[in-house]
Design a protein around this ligand. Structure first.
Ligand code: ADP
Ligand code: MG
Length: 284
């Protein structure tokens, strides 16, 4: 993809945590271009550099070499760092210490205030965001006293209220049950489709990536593969070698293919595969 119209453009960007050992890099010369409105997933086993890369996207970590550009501005350009932070909304895996205010509502309001959202728009946006993540009843609760999953929902609501141009979710649904994850993902997908919000999602639940426009695979600080889910998840053996397990529905489909049973179409869920088998000529 061309770098020119990309909303995010990483060019040979590297980052290491230890200045005394500059050879130890957590992200090693990554080039990644994300298009406006794209739904991108990043996968890779623990320690492959995904979170480091995420933090490079809003200038929380600055590249030691190479460049990271958001909306055409380099993250190292101090005069534009606030502009970048405003554009990129991040939700992290651990929702603790993401809260600053005594109530859920105040916390979301704080984020809106920081971005100059007019006072009279705030309440509507807050209530709307809380409803999206099913947390309306917790409006006046203290964020720090919520469960891990509830905290994650509030953190996500905070970002949805802001409607950032780019939403980065770094294992942001890890503490939710499967149904909660599916609900939150559905909301995010709608924001992507309706508002054209660019989404960069890091997850270790590969089935959550099946509706992405593109998936990027990281290993040892580098991008080692990328493609659409359809193409990428055919490389079952290669993904397993990287410590990644292909979603059950894909695996089943490819196993059937290996014994000569070809299912038409592309199914992303076990039910979908079952339905395809059921309606195929195999059963009749
Ligand atoms: N704050 C930190 N200080 C030092 N090393 C870190 C820090 N955070 C991550 N690392 C190291 O950087 C590498 C990449 O980590 P990370 O980006 O968290 O990977 P992932 O999110 O894919 O699990 C790992 O080797 C990890 O140990
Ligand atoms: Mg991580």
């Amino acid at each position: 993809m061309s770098g020119a119209k990309s909303i995010v453009s990483m060019n040979n960007a590297a980052f290491g945590y230890d200045p005394a050992h500059p050879e130890n890099l957590a992200v090693k010369g990554v080039s990644l271009h994300v298009e406006r409105g794209e739904f991108l997933s990043i996968i890779g086993h623990n320690g492959s550099g995904k979170s480091t890369l995420a933090k490079m996207l809003n200038g929380l970590l600055l590249p030691v070499s190479g460049t990271v550009e958001v909306n055409g501005y380099q993250t190292t350009d101090e005069s534009h760092i606030w502009n970048i932070r405003e554009k990129v909304g991040m939700v992290f895996q651990n929702p603790d210490n993401q809260f600053v205010a005594p109530t859920v509502e105040d916390d979301i309001a704080f984020g809106l205030e920081n971005r100059g959202v007019p006072q009279d728009e705030m309440e509507g946006r807050i209530l709307d965001a809380l409803e999206k993540v099913d947390m309306t009843d917790f409006r006046f609760h203290e964020p720090n006293k919520l469960s891990g999953g509830q905290k994650q929902r509030v953190a996500i609501a905070g970002m949805l209220a802001i409607e950032p141009d780019i939403l980065v979710l770094d294992e942001a649904t890890a503490m939710l049950d499967p149904r909660g994850r599916a609900e939150v993902l559905e909301v995010v997908r709608k924001m992507n489709q309706i508002l054209g919000m660019t989404v960069i999602q890091i997850t270790h639940y590969l089935e959550e990536t099946l509706n992405s426009d593109r998936i990027v695979v990281m290993d040892q600080g580098q991008i080692v593969g990328e493609g659409t889910p359809e193409v990428l998840y055919q490389q079952v053996d290669w993904l397993r070698k990287l410590g990644l397990d292909v979603p059950f529905a894909c695996d089943l489909k490819f196993r059937l293919g290996a014994i000569g049973i070809r299912l038409p179409g592309y199914e992303t869920t076990s039910e979908g595969v079952l339905q395809a088998i059921w309606t195929s000529s195999l059963i009749k």
